[in-house]
Structures are given as structure tokens and as C-alpha cells.
Ligand binder design. Structure first.
Ligand code: 0RQ
Length: 505
């Protein structure tokens, strides 16, 4: 096995995951690497979970830590720590089923933040002192600097803020990723903040490696495990139709001269619908597109290979097993075309606004006025989190939200009178798309938006109910800017909770 720990001053710190986990005290604030199942520590969190389990079985004060990451991780991290009830506070994003259950049963605190904002809040001390950073890397260089792994996330900030650093050197991650990263060291808190000189998506403004003071490192654990990677489903009919509506919309925006022929930098959320949109773009005539996004999915690799996409900037990969195999096979090709940055830069409002990003994200539900819920099932139960969707929706040039028009076998309408939770307000949402059609909300008043959304996006089974609600709300004559029947506005959700369906037979 080739040594990946070239810094001689650090070599004596190699130890087992159990020995490293023993250095993490109860109550610690722990900043971990990891973003959408990429580049998270694979061994120490599990060893820590075992230690917590043993401690809690023996009784006494419960052993819990606060877990801060880039975004979602994997069963080896979130799953294992949540299973032993080892997490007091989790932020800023998760998608793990056990974590989700803990959050929704009220035994884990969860703070759901815009992903671009986490680093500055950490510097400002909003989360308390950072005790330990646990960071997966590909290798440690002679001078102690670190070759980042398959995600950058908040790693720069965690290393800077933490008193102590535990490194996981993962031999499964390819050393040939060296050179893909761009770690920007120019950020500061107000009033010392300066413009970020990034005016094109493919510009480099930072350094190839993570700086890490040698004296902070307390342990190094060598691992050999792949990133979590779930296979993509083939796009279903609804996703395909959503993608077709979006493509037609792009074509018409280009024809009207409102978008350039190679569009504007794309941000694409994770999941099957955003992936279907990428596939549709790839099968169309577009060439030389760019992406300024958070996550590189399989669809983007294919687009880079076909030339549809010229380059992609992100903070992490989120690939299927096939996607990883393809990436490994041809890293030299992808290294020329992909830049991985800290999430404060990949999701930076200043840059999303300057570049004019086209944001395409999935949603849980939208209301007739264009407010969007991305996070809460029936207004109370956390699904994943807002992630980066707000960073891009608020600041992008176009913000597009997408969902099938119904959920749960048609029992739920995803277009409702009033959203049961708001993540993206009517002021941030420009376009809503379902398999039924696309509503372009730009330049419309709330009542005009309601007509466009009901007409174009609602499922035919729910359209008459929505029209009836809207017409009666207008007839009430109370507030004609955004007419509502307040007693009834959330009655669809309430009925679902009571009966298991929003339908009225
Ligand atoms: O339930 O899991 O029980 O089958 O919600 O829905 O349709 O499979 O869609 O996986 O793409 O997730 C918005 C959650 C969509 C995701 C959301 C139920 C549905 C299913 C999942 P089951 P689908 P997806 C970039 C940007 C916020 C973060 C973001 C998300 C489950 O896209 O987390 O955008 N977005 N980040 O049945 C009740 C409804 C429902 C519903 C769907 N109206 N009511 N249940 N479901 N609509 C990435 C990062 O930020 C890192």
C-alpha cells in the first residue's frame, strides 16, 4: 500500500478508529467532513457510536455530542450516531432515516441552515466553540497540507475553528483527484468582507490543498471504504414530462433573447427529477453549458463527456456506483472540467447573483400563490432540510421548483391552497413545474399567479377543488391582494392527517 501520509511529523499519530474515538469527550462540538454522501469520515463516527453505546448501557449521564457537517452524510456517520442516541444537536442538513426519526420524535435537536451560511455562523461563534474536526482526506503532503477528498463542504472552516483535528486518510478515494479542488482563503466576517473575484464559473480563486496546522492534529486513521452511493432510478414518466416542460421553457427563453444560447450556469438539486432534467438537456441540442452548483451527479458526468456541459463547479460528488466507476476510469478527463470548492463559495449568494445561476430544485409542495415548502411533511415532520435550495433560489437569475402534481398514490395534491411550511417565499420562486405543465410566475401579481399555477400545474383531480377555493376566497372580498379563507387554508393537510387523503369523494 502506497503511503499517503508524507508529513513525517505526523506519521506517529496513525492509530485505530477506536483509539481516535476515545479522544472525543461527551458534549463536544464536532465538525465533520461530508456532503451528500461524499467525503465523510467512515470509521471514527462508528467507533464513537460503539463507545457511546457502551457508556449509555452502563448508565449515568448520557453521552452525546453535537454534529456539524457540510450536508448529509451516510449510515456510517449519521445513522450509527443517531441509532445510539448520541447526537444532541445536528446541523445543517441531513437525509438519514434514523436521524429523521429522532428529529421527528423530538429526541434530537436539528437546526436547518442555508448551506452557504454555516461557515460564517461558525466563525461568528453562533454554534459555540468547535472542539474537534474529523475530516476525510485523500492524503497528507510533506508540509502537512491536505489533499481534499470527494467533498469539500465546510472542511476549511472546521479545521480553522477546531482546537484539535482527527484525519481519516481514505485509501479507496483516488489520489488522482489531486488538483480538482479550489480552497478559497479570502473570506472574512463583516466589516472586513471583500468581494470574491469569481466572475466566471470556471475561475480558480483559491488553493489546491487544505491548510492544516500540524500541531492541531491529534490522530490519523487510515480507512479503505467507498462513499455511500445509491443507484439512480431510471427517470419515471412524471420526471420525464417535467424535464420536457423545462426544456421547452429554456428553448423559448433563448428564442426571446432572455437567455444566451448556452443558457446560464446551472444549479441542479439532488434526486431523480433534477437528474431527469440533466438527461433531457443532454439529449437536446445544447452545447457548452456550465454548472455552478453544489453536487455533481451522474447526469453531469454524462453531460461533460458529451460536450453538453463544458465544466462544472460544485462542492461535492453524489454519484451512483456506475457513476463512481466512470469517474475513476477517466479522472484525468474530469479533473480538467470539475472544480470542487468550499460550500460557502459553491453556494455563495454574491456569486449566484453575479453569475445569474439557473436554480432547479425539487419541492414537497407549492401553494397557489407560489410559496414553496421543501422541508416539512404536513407542516411538522422534517424530511431532509433546506440544503442549498434557498441559497440559489433567492439569489439566482431563475429559480425553478419541480414536483409531480400528486404524492402518495394520488392522495396528496402537491399544489395546495396554502403551504403548510414555507422555505421559499413567493418573492423567490419564479417558475413552478409539475408533469401537468409549467407556470411562469415572473411579472405576475398573486391572483394572476394563482390562476397560472392552478391552470398549468395542478392535477386534474384537484384542479376543481383549487379553483373552487380560489374563487370563494376572491368572493369573500376581504383582502384582494392575496385572497385566502383562513379557516380553510390548511384544511387539506388537516384532512390528510385525519383520513389519509386530501381527496373529497
Ligand atoms: O416519500 O420517501 O416515503 O416515498 O416525500 O419525495 O418525490 O421521492 O422526491 O427524493 O426528490 O425529494 C423536496 C424532499 C424531494 C428533496 C425533496 C414524499 C414522497 C416521498 C420524497 P417516501 P420524492 P425527492 C440541493 C438542493 C430540499 C433540499 C434541496 C429535498 C418523499 O428534494 O430534500 O432542495 N429538497 N437541496 O412521497 C407528503 C407531499 C409530498 C410528500 C413528496 N406534498 N406531502 N409527502 N412527498 N411530496 C442538494 C443539497 O442541498 C445538499
Amino acid at each position: 500500500k502506497q503511503s499517503r501520509i508524507l508529513c513525517s511529523a505526523l506519521q506517529h499519530l496513525v492509530m485505530s478508529a477506536e483509539e481516535a474515538a476515545a479522544m472525543i469527550p461527551a458534549g463536544a462540538n464536532v465538525g465533520m467532513s461530508g456532503f451528500t454522501g461524499a467525503g465523510y469520515p467512515k470509521a471514527v463516527p462508528g467507533a464513537l457510536a460503539e463507545r457511546i453505546r457502551a457508556h449509555n448501557t452502563a448508565g449515568g449521564q448520557p453521552f452525546r455530542i453535537n454534529v456539524l457537517t457540510g450536508a448529509s452524510t451516510a449510515p456510517e456517520l449519521d445513522g450509527k450516531l443517531a441509532e445510539v442516541d448520541g447526537i444532541e444537536m445536528r446541523l445543517p442538513f441531513q437525509s438519514d432515516p434514523i436521524c429523521r426519526a429522532r428529529i421527528n420524535e423530538g429526541t434530537m435537536n436539528y437546526a436547518d441552515y442555508h448551506l452557504s451560511e454555516v461557515a460564517q455562523y461558525a466563525w461568528a461563534g453562533f454554534f459555540g466553540k468547535m472542539d474537534i474536526a474529523i475530516i476525510e482526506v485523500v492524503g497528507i503532503r510533506e508540509d502537512g497540507s491536505l489533499i481534499p477528498s470527494s467533498s469539500v463542504g465546510n472542511n476549511k472552516t472546521w479545521i480553522e475553528q477546531a482546537d484539535k483535528v482527527i484525519l481519516e486518510v481514505n485509501h479507496t478515494q483516488s489520489l488522482r483527484m489531486e488538483g480538482m479542488h479550489d480552497i478559497y482563503y479570502g473570506t472574512a466576517l463583516p466589516p472586513n468582507r471583500k468581494p470574491i473575484q469569481l466572475t466566471e464559473p470556471d475561475q480558480r480563486v483559491g488553493e489546491l490543498y487544505l491548510r492544516c496546522p500540524i500541531e492541531k492534529v491529534i490522530a490519523i486513521v487510515e480507512t479503505n471504504a467507498p462513499d455511500r452511493n445509491s443507484p439512480f432510478k431510471e427517470p419515471d414518466d412524471a420526471s420525464r414530462r417535467i424535464a420536457e416542460h423545462i426544456l421547452k421553457f429554456f428553448d423559448s427563453e433563448v428564442a426571446k433573447g432572455r437567455l444566451p444560447e448556452n443558457l446560464l450556469p446551472l444549479q441542479s438539486g439532488v434526486g431523480n427529477i433534477p437528474n431527469a432534467v440533466l438527461e433531457a438537456l443532454d439529449s437536446g441540442d445544447y452545447k457548452n453549458l456550465t454548472a455552478y452548483t453544489e453536487v455533481i451527479q451522474d447526469g453531469m458526468l454524462k453531460m461533460l463527456k458529451s460536450g453538453t456541459l463544458r465544466m462544472a463547479s460544485a462542492t461535492a460528488f453524489s454519484l451512483s456506483p456506475d457513476g463512481i466507476a466512470e469517474f475513476d476510469k477517466d479522472i484525468e478527463f474530469y479533473r480538467e472540467r470539475i472544480i470542487l470548492r468550499p460550500q460557502e463559495i459553491s453556494n455563495h449568494p454574491e456569486i449566484a447573483r453575479r453569475l445569474g445561476v439557473i436554480a432547479t430544485n425539487a419541492m414537497i409542495e407549492a401553494d397557489i400563490y407560489g410559496n414553496v415548502n421543501s422541508t416539512h411533511i404536513m407542516g411538522t415532520r422534517m424530511m431532509n432540510g433546506i440544503g442549498g435550495s434557498g441559497d440559489f433560489a433567492r439569489n439566482g437569475y431563475l429559480s425553478i421548483f419541480m414536483s409531480p402534481s400528486t404524492a402518495k398514490d394520488g392522495k396528496i395534491s402537491t399544489i395546495v391552497p396554502m403551504v403548510s411550511h414555507v422555505d421559499h417565499t413567493e418573492h423567490d420562486v419564479k417558475v413552478i413545474v409539475t408533469e401537468q405543465g409549467l407556470a411562469d410566475l415572473r411579472g405576475l401579481s398573486p391572483r394572476q399567479r394563482a390562476k397560472a399555477i392552478i391552470e398549468n400545474c395542478a392535477h386534474p383531480d384537484f384542479k376543481p377543488m383549487l379553483l373552487d377555493y380560489f374563487e370563494r376566497a376572491c368572493a369573500s372580498g376581504r383582502g384582494m391582494h392575496t385572497p385566502h379563507l383562513l379557516q380553510e387554508a390548511l384544511s387539506w393537510h388537516e384532512q390528510f392527517e385525519q383520513t389519509g387523503t386530501m381527496r373529497r369523494e
